[in-house]
Design a protein around this ligand. Structure first.
Ligand SMILES: Cc1cc2nc3c(=O)[nH]c(=O)nc-3n(C[C@H](O)[C@H](O)[C@H](O)COP(=O)(O)O)c2cc1C
Length: 199
């Protein structure tokens, strides 16, 4: 199973990137992990939609071959970082070629702040719903993170480890349940029907 991660924090010391590394280390054995360098995408412009930049084509391919997608988002001013929105906008285009349609997705995020990225995740849920992704509703994973990592960036907090393990298990079950029901869009079914968003 291929799971693609979008990590909205691109700084060297990003807390959310550390969460990603911890999740990669504890991933189930049959899972292949990938991430996409969203910081290498150009700024979205409709001028480039007819002839997509190569990085954008790579992005759409990565989304389309994934069996599941995890978004790990920081919270910037109670929303998601612009760099993450930029990647989502690209993958949703051009009109009729929304790569997220029917994809099994899950969202989590970490912040030192009290609401643990609730505001960002709330916005992200709305975006993904509009894009007809199938977002795992539970467990909601709003992480207020202080000293959970050592100087090497390794996860040292057992409680956080438990939360991330539960997230993994829940997401695998979410994907398998929809697989069994024949719902959702998998790599082999992608891109059959035109869909929102509107031009
Ligand atoms: C522009 C900006 C806006 C921020 N807004 C919020 C916010 O609304 N809520 C919050 O909890 N933290 C906020 N923060 C603090 C971030 O949660 C913190 O910097 C966090 O470490 C960012 O995630 P990252 O380390 O993965 O990049 C903000 C930080 C920046 C730079």
């Amino acid at each position: 199973m291929k799971i693609l991660f979008f990590v909205g924090g691109i700084s060297r010391e990003s807390l959310n990137r550390k969460i990603f590394h911890a999740m990669a280390v504890m991933s189930p054995l049959d899972v292949e992990i990938a991430t996409f360098p969203i910081e290498e995408l150009p700024f979205f412009s409709q001028d480039q939609e007819k002839d997509l930049p190569s990085k954008v084509r790579e992005l759409k391919d990565a989304v389309e071959i994934a069996d599941g997608i995890v978004f790990i988002t920081p919270e910037y001013n109670r929303s998601i970082p612009g760099v993450l929105k930029n990647a989502i906008d690209w993958a949703s285009r051009p009109y009729g070629k929304n790569s997220f349609k029917g994809k099994m997705v899950a969202v989590l995020g970490a912040s030192p702040g009290n609401v643990g990225t609730f505001g960002a995740q709330n916005h992200l849920d709305a975006i993904l719903s509009y894009l007809e992704a199938m977002t795992m509703a539970q467990p909601e994973t709003y992480l207020k993170v202080g000293d959970a990592f050592d100087a090497q960036g390794e996860l040292t907090d057992p409680k956080l480890r438990e939360i991330l393990q539960l997230f993994w298990a829940s997401f695998m079950t979410w994907i398998e349940r929809h697989d069994a029901a024949g719902n959702g869009t998998h790599a082999r079914h992608m891109g059959e029907t035109p869909s929102a968003p509107l031009s």
